[in-house]
Every structure is written in structure tokens, then in C-alpha cells.
Write a protein that binds this ligand. Structure first.
Ligand code: NAD
Ligand code: UDP
Length: 340
């Protein structure tokens, strides 16, 4: 822990080197989609990893293959409760992320983000660890600025169905920066834009998993609204690489920093690409638009380029093909299990 450093500036350029990396890393939400890939990335770099999760949306299968590794440990715990774990780096990824998941228990979602941040920061303060927060493009809400730069304050409806997640994440950012200013805790805040890839759940409810599962099953592809809303999709390996570089960057590199792929696409075009890549017979149907669904979303990643020397390298079609192969195998396994 050290004194306050101005927000959003790096004293020295970040590199992908791992020499200065800590040995024990705690990953809250480590059994989830992104968290499990992050655990793998950290183990690959030789670190000890403690995965903390309450399995609200995470699954044991995501980390089963890591349990044999002597440098990996699983701890079942809810981040809403305080914890005391010796680590020099804490990634706080614990929160449901898919709209149906976070809206199923809105109060729980808000508290997971607020109390999870407080407990993470208290632990970091006690043990002198760096706390890395997985924030989100949802802090920009339904943006009036496109692409979104980190300086944009956002347009969020605090009382709508997305508020529990958006305001929870915004409050968490506030807590991170206040603990930094007030108590000198080392922090890093990364704002993740829509990320996809293997280990998303079949019933996750997010657009990439929904469209792929629907296409592979030749079921109707469900577009909410007119399909002209946009998103920018980042492949999971790129995102993990970005977070590892961020954690490895100097202590003055605290963010907030956008991590995502700036290639913007409409939801309607995404549906066409998925149908094409899967040779599906699915037809597209249009359902009512979701309340407060952002009309556009695209990260400005200038800061990540300059401070982390990072940008995504996986083309959408390449990432989608890998994700399709994963879901194809998962559906085949499910069919076999149901037939037995
Ligand atoms: P996920 O739902 O697969 O993973 C979340 C993990 O957190 C799960 O393992 C879940 O069991 C765990 N968790 C939830 N509540 C918890 C609690 N109270 N205590 C302990 N563990 C808890 O989602 P994901 O896509 O892997 O997202 C991971 C993080 O990244 C989240 O914080 C999310 O807000 C953030 N994020 C993800 C995206 C994305 O596109 N995937 C975008 C923006 C932000
Ligand atoms: N969406 C859709 N059909 C689906 C799932 C999602 O049209 O089956 C739309 C959704 O309305 C939103 C976009 O796809 O405009 C991205 O939704 P997702 O839940 O993946 O992420 P988020 O809204 O959090 O960006």
C-alpha cells in the first residue's frame, strides 16, 4: 500500500513480462467463465492460485482439471462475507454477469458487488495486496457517446432492471478509488466489454451463447428488439491477456481502463454470421426489446494500447468458430447423457 497516485496514468510502460509477479493470487469468481480462464493463465505463468467461489453461476467442471495441480486450491466462499486469505494479488471477478443471471436475484447481485468490493479491499488493505476489479462497460449504461472512453460518466437508469448490476459495479468502482485515495490500497479497475468463448453455459442467456445454441439446434434465433443495437465482442483469450498485462503493469497504472474488442457489430448481423458458420436451418424471430437495453456499445481502447501495449487479436469469426466447436461438443454430451 502506498500514497495516492493520480488516476489513469502509468509512470512506466507496461510489458507482458512476469518477473515482478506475485506468487499467490486469489481469484474471486474463479469457477466462472472468465475466472476459470484467468486461473489457467495464472497457473501457466507459474503462480499459486486460490479460486474462491460460491457457485452461484460458476461450475465445478470449469476448474475440475485444475484440482490436480498442487499450485491450485479451491475455496467455497461467498464474497459478501469477509475473508482473510494471504495473497499478494486479488482479482475480484465474483458477480453474475449475464442479464438473466443478475436479474434473477437483483438484491443479491447489488450486494455481491458492493460487499464483495468492500471485503476484497479490506482484505487487500490488511495483507498489502493489489486488488484488481472486473468492472464492466455497463457503467456507461445506454451511452450517448460512441465509442466509449474511460472519461465518459455514462447514462445509467438506477431504478431499472439493469440497475442492480450497473449501480453495483459503479459503486464498486467508487469503493476501489476511495480505498485507494483514503487508505492507499493498490488497485486496478478494468472495464470489460462483451466477452465470449468456451465455458459459457448453455443456458447462460447472453447473446453469443443463445444464438450458437439455437443455431446448432436449428431452433428459432431470438432477437430482442429490431436487432440494430450494437455490441463489440472480445474473445476470452484476448481479455485474459489484457488483464494479465494490467496486473503486471506498474503500481501507478490503476485505470479505469477499457478492455474489449472495438470491432462493433449489430445483433442482427451477429445472428446472420452464426447461422452461416453453423450451416443452420434456424430462422430469425423478433421478440420485444429489453428494458434499458443499450443501443450501442464499443470500447475506445486507446488507453489500453498506450498503457498496456494491448489490443485484441482474435477476429470475430475465428473466436466464434472455437466457441461453436465447444457448444457442439457440449450439446453432443448432453444428448448422450439424456439417452442413457
Ligand atoms: P460468470 O457468471 O461465469 O462468473 C461469475 C463467477 O462469480 C461465478 O463463478 C459465480 O459463481 C461467482 N459468484 C457470483 N456471486 C458470488 C458471490 N457472492 N461469492 C462468490 N462467488 C460469486 O460470469 P463471467 O462472464 O465470467 O464474469 C466474471 C466477471 O467479469 C464478473 O464480475 C462480471 O461482472 C465481469 N464482466 C464480464 C463480462 C463478460 O462479457 N463476460 C463483461 C463485463 C464484466
Ligand atoms: N440479445 C438478443 N437475443 C438473445 C440474447 C440477447 O437479441 O437471445 C441481445 C440483447 O438484447 C442485447 C445484446 O443481444 O442487445 C447483448 O446481450 P447480452 O445479454 O449478451 O449482453 P449485454 O446486454 O449485457 O451486453
Amino acid at each position: 500500500m502506498r500514497s495516492f497516485i493520480p488516476i489513469g496514468t502509468c509512470r512506466e510502460p507496461a510489458s507482458a513480462s512476469t518477473t515482478s509477479w506475485p506468487k499467490v493470487v486469489l481469484v474471486n469468481g474463479g469457477a466462472g467463465f472468465l475466472g476459470s480462464h484467468l486461473c489457467e493463465g495464472l497457473l501457466d505463468r507459474g503462480h499459486q492460485v486460490i479460486c474462491l467461489d460460491n457457485f452461484y453461476t460458476g461450475r465445478r467442471i470449469n476448474i475440475e482439471h485444475l484440482l490436480q495441480n498442487t499450485r491450485f486450491r479451491l475455496l467455497e466462499h461467498d464474497v459478501r462475507q469477509p475473508y482473510d486469505i494471504e495473497a499478494s494479488l486479488i482479482f475480484n471477478f465474483a458477480s453474475p454477469a449475464s442479464p438473466p443471471d443478475y436479474q434473477r436475484d437483483p438484491v443479491g447481485t447489488l450486494l455481491t458487488n458492493v460487499l464483495g468490493a468492500v471485503n476484497t479491499l479490506d482484505a487487500a488493505r490488511r495483507i498489502g495486496a493489489t486488488a484488481v476489479q472486473s468492472s464492466t462497460s455497463e457503467v456507461y449504461g445506454d451511452p450517448h457517446e460512441n465509442p466509449q472512453r474511460e472519461t465518459y460518466f455514462g447514462n445509467v437508469n438506477p431504478i431499472g432492471p439493469r440497475g442492480c448490476y450497473d449501480e453495483g459495479k459503479r459503486s464498486a468502482e467508487t469503493l476501489f478509488f476511495d480505498y485507494h485515495r483514503k487508505y492507499g490500497v493498490d488497485i486496478k479497475v478494468g472495464r470489460i466489454f462483451n466477452t465470449y468463448g468456451p465455458r459459457m453455459r448453455l443456458d447462460d442467456g447472453r447473446v453469443v451463447s443463445n444464438f450458437i445454441v439455437q443455431a446448432l439446434s436449428n431452433a428459432d434465433i431470438t432477437i430482442y428488439g429490431d436487432g440494430r443495437q450494437t455490441r463489440s465482442f472480445c474473445y476470452v483469450d484476448d481479455l485474459v491477456d489484457g488483464f494479465l498485462r494490467f496486473a503486471d503493469a506498474g503500481e501507478s497504472c490503476i485505470g479505469p481502463i477499457n478492455l474489449g474488442n472495438p470491432a462493433e457489430i449489430t445483433v442482427g448481423d451477429l445472428a446472420e454470421i452464426v447461422i452461416d458458420l453453423t450451416n443452420s436451418r434456424s430462422r430469425i424471430i423478433y421478440l420485444p426489446a429489453l428494458t434499458d437495453d443499450p443501443r450501442q456499445r464499443r470500447p475506445d481502447i486507446t488507453r489500453a494500447r498506450e498503457e498496456l501495449n494491448w489490443w485484441p487479436s482474435t477476429e470475430l469469426k475465428t473466436g466464434l468458430k472455437r466457441t461453436i466447436a465447444y457448444f457442439d461438443a457440449l450439446l453432443a454430451e448432453k444428448q448422450v447423457a439424456e439417452a442413457v
